[in-house]
Design a protein around this ligand. Structure first.
Ligand SMILES: Cc1ncc(COP(=O)(O)O)c(C=O)c1O
Length: 451
């Protein structure tokens, strides 16, 4: 073992090991979430290239940010052309064709009525944060309703209103946020035998009670609870939220940052349930790896107060040129439809896996979760197995992470081929089998805390 460093480094190529050790010694731990010693030099399509040259199949798309695949030629071209044209920064104090153009493109892409505006930012975090602050300011109401195990950001109010962060103790909960249960069809309330319907009723009941208390500026929700465990809500959930928000005069904010823009097998995940939110947040794939986010909503919410959400390089022309290209590629290459078909093939393959520790397989398009449990009867979540499985997959040549403690998150780039899907299924199956058979030593897994 390399003395003083986490186990597993000895198995890496020398270049990967050296890079990982330099990273350990230089980059702050506060911004790391590691599952195995991944040291990447480049990538193409659904492939990540480790330092030293080993090729890995990427089932994460970098937490969905590289949704069009690594180094998509049209994205590279848009970025290169934009970088050659000054100014290198814009938006804050000047209009620029690409930032204005991206805002117009998003207005055309997102359903909604009346006079609307687009906030352009750097990350899903600031888009969600700004929407919460703007909703409070415009409505004069102070409370927010959100969900346990939700994720809306790693900064500001968006972080303090994120169940995942609050539960982990990495931030104090926003004192004016009420957290309620997200409906989980696999884990409905134990007292009710009617399964998903019971989960739906219980969740909407809690939402209604929270809204009825009054003074709620907005309700924040993820159309699929992603970092909380890739939980697909029962049909009717989004429409139920919409109906309640209308009844209690509360803004409905849909956070599409992680699973939106083609990944669910349609352009927007809120379309799964035919709902129309008041505000929608985007990030990740919008920049295909460059820092870019957006929020779309009513002018009366997003126009004021002026100069209250200032990031010097927000809306910068390189990122917004890429954002425009991403939206075009999504439509021209029919990636939502490709994601729908690829997801069906992926889930059909996963369903064939025999391991009894697979409790549930769920998803829409290429937003998928594989929940690992102690056994199918007890459904006890098996976090250790999830950690060992992703470690073993890395050894076997696949990059996959887990969310919600025990759920493998399978979110490859939308351009994944059938052959890559079949390879993914095979290696995931092998990894679960090997991890369940104890082939990954506990000490190795323990060194990578994950979350
Ligand atoms: C649903 C959701 N919203 C917001 C964010 C924050 O995005 P970012 O990390 O790009 O700031 C994330 C990140 O995982 C997310 O999953």
């Amino acid at each position: 073992m390399t003395f003083g460093f986490p186990p597993g480094l000895d198995q890496l190529a020398p270049q990967a090991r050296d890079l990982y050790i330099r990273d350990l010694k230089s980059v702050a731990g506060i911004e790391k979430l590691r599952f195995f010693p991944l040291a990447v030099e480049s990538g193409f399509g659904c492939t990540l290239v480790e330092a030293g040259g080993r090729e890995l199949l990427d089932l994460t798309a970098t937490w969905t940010a590289a949704g069009l695949g690594h180094g998509h030629p049209r994205v590279v071209e848009a970025m290169t052309q934009a970088a050659k044209r000054p100014p290198g920064a814009g938006g804050l104090s000047a209009a620029h064709p690409d930032s204005v153009g991206l805002a117009e493109d998003l207005l055309a892409l997102v359903p909604g009525a009346g006079d609307r505006r687009v906030y352009l930012g750097h990350a899903g975090s600031d888009a969600c944060d700004v929407v919460i602050r703007a909703s409070r300011f415009a409505t004069g109401k102070k409370r927010i309703v959100g969900f346990h195990h939700s994720y809306h950001g790693g900064i500001g109010v968006a972080m303090a209103a994120s169940g995942v962060h609050v539960e982990a103790g990495s931030v104090t909960a926003d004192p004016l946020t009420t957290f309620v249960d997200y409906p989980n069809p696999y884990r409905p309330p134990s007292t009710d035998p009617s399964g998903p319907e019971a989960a739906l009723r219980a969740s909407l009941g809690q939402v209604e009670a929270a809204l009825a208390e009054g003074d709620v500026a907005c309700l924040m929700f993820e159309p699929i609870l992603a970092d909380g465990g890739m939980v697909v809500p029962p049909p009717g959930f989004l429409r139920g939220l919409e109906e309640l928000c209308h009844r209690y005069d509360t803004l409905l904010v849909c956070d599409e940052v992680k699973v939106g823009l083609g990944r669910p097998g349609m352009m927007h995940a809120f379309q799964l349930d035919g709902a129309t939110p008041d505000l929608v947040c985007f990030g990740k794939v919008l920049g295909n790896g460059l820092p870019l986010s957006a929020a779309v909503g009513p002018a009366e919410i997003l126009d004021g107060p002026s100069a209250a959400a200032l990031l010097t390089t927000a809306g910068n022309p390189v990122c917004t040129a890429v954002g425009r290209t991403v939206l075009r590629v999504l439509q021209e290459e029919q990636l939502p439809e490709r994601a729908r078909r690829a997801g069906e093939r992926l889930r059909a393959g996963l369903e064939q896996l025999q391991n009894e520790r697979i409790g549930d397989i769920r998803g829409h398009g290429l937003a998928n979760g594989v929940e690992l449990v102690a056994d199918r009867d007890s459904k006890v979540p098996d976090k250790k197995l999830a950690a060992a499985t992703v470690y073993r997959a890395f050894e076997l040549g696949v990059v996959v992470y887990y969310v919600g403690g025990n759920v493998l998150e399978v979110t490859p780039p939308l351009v994944i081929s059938d052959a890559e899907i079949d390879r993914a299924v095979e290696i995931l199956g092998q990894s679960i089998d090997d991890a369940a058979a104890g082939k990954v030593p506990d000490a190795v897994v323990a060194a990578y805390a994950g979350w």
